[in-house]
Write a protein that binds this ligand. Structure first.
Ligand code: XMP
Length: 519
């Protein structure tokens, strides 16, 4: 697609690289991340108007530290080096770096040399104290020839520097993290005042150009199949394709018997009602549940569900004439080639896929209209497409569904108990703004019974666990400090309304070491 202006971010392994990309996009400029090992040809091919070098865990003075690709500065583009990116530029251009054993981590107060002298600081003078977020070991002791010092902190003499003639700007602190006051303003100053970019990346421009591109790529006769899961990603994919090729898209929704209460009705019912989609709604509850009978091992559950899904999808897709493409909701974080240096904190990111890999023998070409987007951007596209809040803000729901929230054997009876408990959790969260604030909230059914007392009688019944977590990307998560009144209401209602449950517990584990789901 044609992007007006673009920034390439070279990733040196910082845990914040994706945040840089998001901040740039939030400023209205499209950004892409490339590994710092990308060749100069690959970098040049992106036809970017500016380059940002990320931070990273290495030390430029170390033996195997990643270098600046030859030719990057010769592209003549404005460059912003952040943290390791700054040290790398200083090192390459003849400055002096001081290696330090002690890392400076956390807040520091920035002293700006001269507000008016540098466009990076435009709009900052009025704001008083500037707290910035530091996370580094080494620092620049002496700037390279042609550079001037723009700011310092109590610990580092050069907290920012620039060679304005070559439009090379450097920050020792992290403007991309929320803890840096006015970090977004500083980044925007780089983009618009230093690099002279024009903001043009909006979700309506995305929808328009994406639909045009899909129409062109798919041609006039070919058909596309798309698996709908009920989640936001596949829903948005379906609607973009529907806009592009109308009835030549067929969506397949498989009810595997492991869905939450009203899951199919809520999302698929809405789509059926509001969009003239070709929709195949496959009732495959028995097929899945029969195969899962007696299975307790989480990995076996996942495999059985994955394979059965593929068999069914395959069977249904084969009935559609002239299908050439399969549409998937792959997002940008799944596409980024992440790097991990020896000894560094940046981890190679694991990704989940909704349908766990469809078979090669289908011979369908992939269409992935969301490959360029982050999750929050998908939500904005959904707004653009007119989807209601109830769909846009739905919590993620795993492909294997309730199967991985029933610890132990899956039976129809246990599914029924979990569904009714989960409905109470959903409705209590939705009754407040907590549904929007948390990443995910749900109930889990445990494979044990405990003794209780109800009325005058002894009970011996199931235990339900509540799992409610905060997260930004599901890679890490913490349990939500949900107000105790809400927990109390959930617990009371579950025990009173769901027959067969006499105890409710709250999961207070973070991820890591726990995971969000229990299996
Ligand atoms: P975990 O349990 O790994 O989950 O902390 C992270 C996020 O991914 C979801 N999840 C899945 N989503 N297929 C999916 O589409 C899966 O197999 C799967 N397993 C976990 C989970 O709900 C959470 O949001």
């Amino acid at each position: 697609m044609k992007h007006p202006d673009k920034v390439v971010i070279l990733d040196y392994g910082s845990q914040y690289t994706q945040l840089i990309a998001r901040r740039v996009r939030e400023a209205g400029v499209y950004s892409e991340i490339l590994t710092c090992e990308a060749s100069i040809e690959e970098i040049a091919a992106r036809k970017a108007q500016a380059i940002i070098l990320s931070g990273g865990p290495a030390s430029v003075t170390g033996a195997d530290s990643p270098a600046l690709q030859q030719g990057v500065l010769e592209l003549g583009l404005p460059v912003l080096g952040i943290c390791y990116g700054m040290q790398l530029l200083a090192h390459e251009l003849g400055g002096r770096i001081t290696a330090s054993q002690d890392r400076e981590y956390g807040r520091a107060e920035l002293t700006i040399a001269a507000y008016g002298a540098c466009p990076l600081w435009d709009g900052l003078a009025e704001k008083g104290v500037h707290s910035v977020w530091m996370s580094h070991g080494d620092h620049v002791e002496a700037v390279p020839p042609g550079f001037e010092v723009l700011a310092s902190t109590g610990n580092v003499p050069v907290a920012a520097m620039a060679d304005p003639a070559r439009r090379i700007y450097c920050l020792q602190f992290h403007p991309e993290v929320a803890h840096t006051d006015d970090g977004s303003l500083i980044l925007a100053n780089f983009l618009f005042k230093v690099a002279g970019l024009t903001p043009g990346w909006t979700m309506s421009s995305f929808v328009e150009s994406n639909v045009a591109e899909l129409r062109e790529r798919i041609g006039a006769d070919e058909h596309v199949v798309c698996g709908l899961s009920g989640g936001i990603d596949s829903t948005v994919v379906a609607l973009l394709l529907h806009k592009a090729i109308g009835k030549r898209l067929t969506c397949i929704f498989v009810d595997n018997g492991l869905l939450r209460m009203n899951e199919g009705e809520e999302v698929i019912g809405y789509l059926k009602e509001h969009f003239d989609l070709n929709l195949v709604w496959v009732q495959a509850q028995d097929e899945f549940l029969d195969k899962l009978e007696g299975v307790q091992d989480p990995e076996r559950k996942r495999k059985i569900i994955g394979h059965t899904f593929i068999e069914i999808f395959d069977r249904e897709a084969a009935k559609i004439p002239n299908v050439k493409y399969l549409a998937q909701g792959t997002l940008y974080p799944d596409v980024i080639e992440s790097i991990s240096f020896k000894g560094g904190p940046s981890a190679v990111i694991k990704s989940h896929h909704n349908v766990g890999g469809l078979p090669d023998h289908m011979n369908l070409a992939l269409v992935e209209p969301l490959r360029e987007l982050f999750k929050d951007e998908v939500r904005r596209v959904a707004v653009e497409l007119g989807l209601p809040d109830s769909i846009i803000w739905r919590h993620p729901f795993p492909g294997p569904g309730l199967a991985i929230r029933i610890v132990g054997e899956i039976t129809r009876e246990r599914l029924d108990i979990l569904r009714r408990a989960d409905r109470i959790v959903q409705s209590e969260l939705r009754a407040t703004d907590w549904y929007r604030k948390v990443w995910q909230g749900f109930a889990v059914l445990l494979p044990l019974k405990t003794v209780g007392v109800m009325g005058d009688g002894r009970t011996y019944e199931h235990v339900v666990a509540l799992r409610v977590v905060d997260s930004v990307d599901a890679m890490t998560a913490d349990w939500t400090r949900l107000p105790s009144e809400i927990l109390a209401r959930m617990s009371n209602r579950i025990i009173n309304e769901v027959k067969g449950v006499n105890r409710v517990v709250f999961d207070i584990s973070s991820k890591p070491p726990g995971t969000i789901e229990w299996e």
